[in-house]
Design a protein around this ligand. Structure first.
Ligand SMILES: Nc1ncnc2c1ncn2[C@@H]1O[C@H](COP(=O)(O)OP(=O)(O)OP(=O)(O)O)[C@@H](O)[C@H]1O
Ligand SMILES: [Mg+2]
Length: 576
């Protein structure tokens, strides 16, 4: 690690000088005032965080800076001189490199083709494949990816790797400002470490970084300053160390947050969804989970723990090789998400930007998709009136920011689009609801709203399983929390579990000879009176392991730190 947010001494000579100065920007899309008034100064060698609720105008502001949209008013200065950025090509020529919130890559092309399409390196009129390849390998290595990925098709990489390729693409020019629009929303903790390593290297060499994120806690590790947007306006820029997570969240929503959570009474009924000794060879084994009607159970685990593979198996994306999935006491073996849904499991898949939505369809369609029986009348005709009513109702309940239910989902802000995909599951109250990373990329206000809706569904009798790598979320929403580690469920906690307890159980720290705290944490009594200091101890070791991983100069992709040492993660598996 080369520098920290507060230690800027190692920066280049011009570190801290204004590189980009944005004044009085405004932007309308028809009736929507996406930006009312935005001011922001971005400095060389620093990470400038940009935060705000879904729809606050963050992506629009960076699209204006990167030339993808034009402002209605305002001015931009680049290195002290006024500039008119009227296209992305002009922005790139200035050294403004952007990784957009929606991936803009092609799954069928190779990594190298994705990086250079439209701006091939040439020798005379010919594409200089050798030079291009060498540059790609260099970029991949900078990002901790193997050089051989250059010739692999993008679609065969994991989502995290694809996102790193977007960054490589942005860096292929000579970047002076790198804009990252929610790069971490789809990344695991270990992948975020790699990303931060890259960001630190870039700022050390003088690059200014604009970093949009809804994961407020991570900003304290990477950002120097933070600009908060609310309702289309920047309401202030602050040195990050002057604020707490809570204060930032309160600036974003313009009020006081209430995250109190009461203990709920779960009706005593037989389990609706049971995973019985479930396993998929090579991925996870002996997983036992049961969810009763009215209950919210969280499955929490670090990357490589097998937790996301368990969700994939319930979704029918993977076939179980051992054990059973029981739905209402009956064994099921779905072969696709569609089949799982037909069998009665409502699903909210992770990575829903790619899997869950129909970008070129209106919101109403996106909500009603999958509910045709409910919405058809007279033997098959779609009841458009009813579709509209239901869509409008859900738009209100989820506080989706949109002028109309006729809006195309592709034109919505990322978090708002996500709410629409969730809304689709709420049209009919499902008996069983399985959600994977339900609030990834969603702002604090929307997160609260989504958590409230999930709780309401449970209160109305749904059995809910939430698979998440967001510990705060797991703790906040669940009646019971199961920790997945080393491919199996290892510990169970009630609603009064603390973050330290759970982290300790999840991270394990199971090095030979020091497994005491770990085995206790993983034992059936994780909250014994003496477990607290030991758990804290284990957590420290987990943090140390993570730190080691971060300190290792950009670990190769697919390798993550866990408490048990460095193990291969499930990334890039299909690349071989
Ligand atoms: N092309 C467009 N057409 C119409 N409205 C748009 C368009 N792009 C953005 N908007 C609207 O402008 C507002 C600001 O959107 P923006 O994408 O900038 O929000 P954001 O802060 O990035 O939110 P998120 O955190 O959800 O990504 C939203 O109300 C959005 O629906
Ligand atoms: Mg956005």
């Amino acid at each position: 690690m080369t520098s920290t947010a507060s230690g800027q001494s190692s920066g280049p000579p011009d570190s801290g000088l204004a590189r980009l100065d944005v004044r009085g920007i405004s932007k309308r899309f028809g009736a929507v005032r996406a930006i009312r008034h935005a001011d922001m100064t971005v400095r060389a060698g620093q990470v400038h965080a940009l935060v705000g609720e879904n729809g606050a105008g963050k992506s629009t502001l960076i699209k204006i800076i990167s030339g993808a949209e034009s402002a209605d008013s305002g001015s931009i200065e680049f290195e002290g001189a006024p500039v008119a950025i009227t296209s992305t090509v002009e922005a790139m020529a200035l050294g403004i490199a952007t990784v957009y919130q929606e991936p803009q890559l092609f799954a069928e092309l190779t990594v190298s083709e994705n990086i250079f399409t439209g701006r091939e390196m040439r020798k005379g009129v010919r594409v200089d494949w050798a030079a291009q390849n060498a540059k790609v390998v260099e970029l991949l290595q900078l990002l901790g990816l193997p050089g051989r990925y250059a010739t692999v098709t993008l679609g065969s990489l994991s989502i995290a790797e694809q996102q790193q390729v977007s960054i490589a693409k942005a860096l292929a020019g000579n970047a002076k400002i790198l804009i990252l629009d929610e790069p971490s929303a789809i990344l695991t903790d270990a992948e975020i470490e790699v990303l931060f390593g890259v960001v630190r290297r870039l700022t050390d060499s003088g690059v200014a970084v604009i970093y949009i994120s809804h994961r407020l806690d991570e900003l304290f590790r990477i950002a120097h300053e933070v600009t908060v947007m609310r309702d289309g306006s920047t309401i202030g820029t602050y040195p990050i160390e002057k604020l707490t997570v809570r204060q930032i969240a309160e600036l974003m929503v313009g009020g006081i947050l209430n995250d109190e959570r009461g203990e709920r009474a779960i009706p005593d009924a037989p389990a609706r969804l049971v995973l019985q000794d479930l396993g998929v060879a090579g991925k996870f084994h002996s997983v036992n989970v049961s969810v009763r009607p009215g209950e919210i159970v969280a499955l929490y685990g670090l990357v490589g723990s097998g937790v996301s593979e368990i969700a994939a198996t319930i979704y029918g994306m993977d076939r179980a090789t051992a054990g059973k999935i029981l739905l209402g006491g009956k064994a099921i073996a779905p072969r696709s998400p569609r089949e799982a849904q037909k069998l009665g499991i409502a699903l909210l898949p992770a990575n829903r930007k790619l899997e869950g939505m129909f970008s070129f369809q209106p919101i109403a369609f996106n909500i009603s998709a999958g509910h045709l029986p409910l919405l058809s009348k007279f033997g098959g005709w779609m009841d458009r009136g009813r579709e509209r009513t239901i869509a409008k109702d859900l738009i209100t309940r989820l506080a989706v920011k949109t002028p109309s239910e006729k809006q195309f989902i592709g034109a919505m802000s990322g978090g708002n689009a996500q709410k629409v995909v969730l809304a689709r599951q709420l049209v009919e109250r499902p008996e069983v609801l399985v959600l994977a990373e339900p609030t990834q990329g969603v702002d604090v206000g929307a997160k609260e709203e989504i958590h409230r809706i999930i709780t309401e569904l449970a209160e109305a009798g749904s059995a809910v399983l939430v698979v998440t790598s967001d510990l705060a979320e797991a703790l906040r929403i669940s009646d019971r929390l199961l920790v997945v580690r080393g491919g199996t469920t290892t510990a169970e906690f009630g609603p009064d579990a603390t973050q330290v307890d759970v982290l300790a159980a999840a991270a394990g720290a199971a090095e030979p000879g020091e497994s005491d705290a770990e085995s206790r944490a993983a034992d059936a009594e994780p909250r014994a009176a003496d477990a607290e200091p030991r758990a804290a101890d284990a957590e420290q070791r987990a943090a140390d392991a993570e730190q080691r991983a971060a300190d290792t100069e950009l670990p190769a992709a697919g390798v993550v730190a866990t408490g048990t040492g460095i193990v291969p993660a499930e990334t890039g598996r299909s690349a071989e």
